[in-house]
Design a protein around this ligand. Sequence first.
Ligand SMILES: Cc1cc2nc3c(=O)[nH]c(=O)nc-3n(C[C@H](O)[C@H](O)[C@H](O)COP(=O)(O)OP(=O)(O)OC[C@H]3O[C@@H](n4cnc5c(N)ncnc54)[C@H](O)[C@@H]3O)c2cc1C
Length: 385
Amino acid sequence: MDLTFSPAETAFRAECRDWLEAHVPRTALPSGDTPEGFALHREWERTLFDARWAVVSWPREYGGREASLWEWLIFEEEYARAGAPQRVTQNGIFLLAPTLFELGTQEQQDRILPKMASGEEAWCQGWSEPNAGSDLAGISSRAIRDDAAGGWRLRGQKTWTTRGAFCDRLFGLFRTDPDAPRHDGLTYLLVDLRADGVTVRPVERLDGDDGFAEVFFDDAFVPDADVLGEVGRGWSVAMATTGSERGLTLRAPGRFMAAADRLIDLARRVAEDADADPQLQDRVTRAWMDAQAYRWQTFWTVTRLVAGERPGAESSLVKLFWSELDVRLHETALALLGPHAELVGGEFAAWMKGYEFSLSGPIYAGTNEIQRNVVAERVLGLPRK
Ligand SMILES: Cc1cc2nc3c(=O)[nH]c(=O)nc-3n(C[C@H](O)[C@H](O)[C@H](O)COP(=O)(O)OP(=O)(O)OC[C@H]3O[C@@H](n4cnc5c(N)ncnc54)[C@H](O)[C@@H]3O)c2cc1C
């Protein structure tokens, strides 16, 4: 594993740092999980796209720079370091796109990817249902064949759809053969949320933002052109997406390194109180070291990917690590702030908001209990019972 960057990579870092310094909005945008904030974030996505920073690793014809995985990591580090806005298009760009590149038809790629990259079409993930979260294969939303119309009619419900109320399209799993075994008979469909028969209802989150939606399907139509992969093989298509989500693309280390640097900054500012509690200093140091450790771990993963290996069950280990690291980082910040952490608004309010969101890390992208099962069985080879 090579831990040094080449002159070209160093130049790439300088280029993105300069651009971000010149363009990142001086005042933070409102939360992208509100209607107004989402609209402003979409404009920011367009700015990124116009300068070819929206999808750095994609082919040039779709708005990318054909950046290597290493350059992508560098971009993510610089993006987080600059305090740039959250990516409200991330579910499309980081989760659906890798699967589209691998398994989508040329027509699907040409039609979908440019609009995804520019933010014109924002995508959300339609996995979970009221009775299917950890047990994803338990989904019951149906897609019923409509030969005359050349496609599928959807019936059922999805839930916990992040930013579903603001997005344009949804990728999700639907049961096309109810008689097949649970993991068979599922199909991966790309759904227009504005289609007749689709109802989207916002659901308020703990922090008050309408960050979630429930999505109801009442005979909504999906044409055959919007089936991703083969009919009935949706489970394996979905697993390709899930590998990206847990493994690498959803949470690059730059995010945690930037948070750890802000934590160090905070510790310096409130040094007097922190001095009184050496354990607190220890927690700050550990959080920073863990963020660095995640970076080196990611370097190892990228080294293996570049060598042609695929992320396997180890992506569950990675998911466990970043989600628990995020909680520790924010808990430490709240401990440093003491009663100030509770203040609504003001210069420290972002830590409480960040803490509330970090609590969901062990739940989304597959709960940590499930990830521990995967590690036990598939990485360590322990028996199921
Ligand atoms: C912030 C956030 C964003 C999300 N965004 C999306 C999204 O965009 N799209 C989407 O489809 N979903 C989304 N989800 C939903 C998320 O994927 C599910 O909440 C998650 O998969 C857990 O499913 P569940 O809520 O049904 O809980 P359950 O599956 O009912 O689990 C409840 C508890 O039981 C434990 N448990 C269940 N089975 C086992 C087992 N076999 N062994 C050990 N423990 C077990 C779980 O770990 C958990 O602690 C989001 C969730 C959050 C918090």
